[in-house]
Design a protein around this ligand. Structure first.
Ligand SMILES: C[S@@+](CC[C@H](N)C(=O)[O-])C[C@H]1O[C@@H](n2cnc3c(N)ncnc32)[C@H](O)[C@@H]1O
Length: 273
C-alpha cells in the first residue's frame, strides 16, 4: 500500500504518540480557525494520524461529516478509538497518494504535517483535489525546519537538526516542504492559491509554552536517535549531549521558542483538471 521507499521518520512509539498528542493540543485551535466554518460540510483529512484533529473539528462543528485516511494501521486504530462515539466520522486505511475515495466527494480536503512525509507531495495534492468537489477547498499546514529558533542557543542543536533533516530526506521526506507549497499546489492543478504563515511564539509564561515546544523538538530528535546512530550520521555521545542539554533547558525561566508553519488554501477548479 505504501510507497516502498517511503519510511515515516517519527515512527509510532509511545513517546511519539504522546508528542503528537501534545502537538495537536497546542496547534489544533488555530488550525480549525484557519479552516473556517465547517458546519454541515463534508470534510476529508489526509494522513489523519491519531485522529485528534478530527475529534477537535467534530467537537467544534458537530454537523460536519468527516472522513479520515491514514496509512499506518496503528495510527488508524488510535484514531478509531478516539472518534468511536461520533456517528459522522469514517476512518479508513489508505495511502494519501491513491486513496480509493470517490471523486468530487468533499467540500474541504485538508492535510496537516503530512506532505513532509510523502515521497511525492504533488501526487498527494492531486489526490486531495480529485476527491474534492469542483469549487471546493483544499488546505494544509506544513513544516519548514529552517526557521526554528531557540533563545538562549543550545550548543550542538543546529548541527543535530541538520543531520535530522538529511535523514528525513534519505527516507524520501522533505523537512523544507513548507516553502514549496505554492509550487506543489500549482503543479497539482489547484487555483486561487493563497499562502500564509502561522506564527508560534513561546515563553515559559504560557502553560503550554516554551516547555511544550522544546519537549516536542526533543522528542522528535530522540525518536530519530537510533536511526541516526545506526547510519553513523552522528556519534552516540554527541547526540546524547545535545538531547541532555535540551532536557535541561526545558525549565529555563527565560527560554523563548520562535517558529512558523507554512499554510496554503486553494480551490479545485470548476473545469476538469
Ligand atoms: C506527523 S503525523 C500528522 C498526523 C495528523 N495529520 C496531525 O496533524 O496530527 C503524519 C501522519 O501521516 C501518516 N502518513 C504518512 N505517509 C502517509 C501516506 N502516504 N498516506 C496516508 N498517511 C500517511 C503517518 O502515518 C502519520 O500518522
Amino acid at each position: 500500500m505504501s510507497n516502498p521507499v517511503q519510511k515515516y521518520i517519527h515512527g509510532t512509539s509511545d513517546t511519539e504518540q504522546l508528542r503528537l498528542g501534545l502537538l495537536n493540543r497546542i496547534t489544533n485551535d488555530s488550525f480549525i480557525r484557519y479552516l473556517g466554518d465547517l458546519s454541515e460540510s463534508r470534510v476529508c483529512d489526509f494522513g489523519c494520524g491519531l485522529g485528534n484533529l478530527i475529534a477537535a473539528v467534530t467537537g467544534r462543528f458537530p454537523g460536519a461529516v468527516i472522513s479520515g485516511i491514514e496509512i499506518s494501521e496503528q495510527q488508524l486504530k488510535s484514531a478509531q478509538e478516539t472518534n468511536r462515539r461520533h456517528p459522522n466520522v469514517t476512518l479508513i486505511r489508505g495511502d494519501a497518494l491513491k486513496s480509493g475515495l470517490p471523486a468530487d466527494a468533499f467540500d474541504l480536503t485538508y492535510c496537516r504535517y503530512l506532505l513532509e512525509h510523502v515521497a511525492d507531495p504533488v501526487a498527494a495534492v492531486k489526490e486531495m483535489l480529485r476527491v474534492t468537489r469542483p469549487g471546493g477547498t483544499v488546505a494544509c499546514q506544513e513544516n519548514d525546519l529552517h526557521n526554528v529558533i531557540y533563545y538562549p542557543d543550545i550548543d550542538g542543536l543546529d548541527l543535530l537538526m541538520g543531520q535530522f533533516c538529511r535523514l528525513q530526506m534519505e527516507l524520501s521526506g522533505d523537512p523544507f516542504v513548507g516553502r514549496k507549497l505554492f509550487d506543489i499546489f500549482r503543479r497539482a492543478g489547484a487555483s486561487d492559491i493563497a499562502l500564509s504563515f502561522e506564527p508560534e511564539i513561546y515563553t515559559q509564561d504560557e502553560p503550554d509554552g516554551y516547555r511544550a515546544w522544546l519537549s516536542n523538538a526533543h522528542d522528535i530528535l530522540f525518536g530519530a536517535r537510533d536511526l541516526l546512530i545506526e547510519r553513523k550520521t552522528i556519534g552516540e555521545s554527541e547526540i546524547d549531549v545535545v538531547l541532555a542539554e535540551m532536557r535541561r533547558r526545558i525549565e529555563h525561566p527565560n527560554g523563548v521558542a520562535l517558529f512558523y508553519w507554512n499554510r496554503v488554501r486553494a480551490t479545485k477548479p470548476t473545469e476538469r483538471l
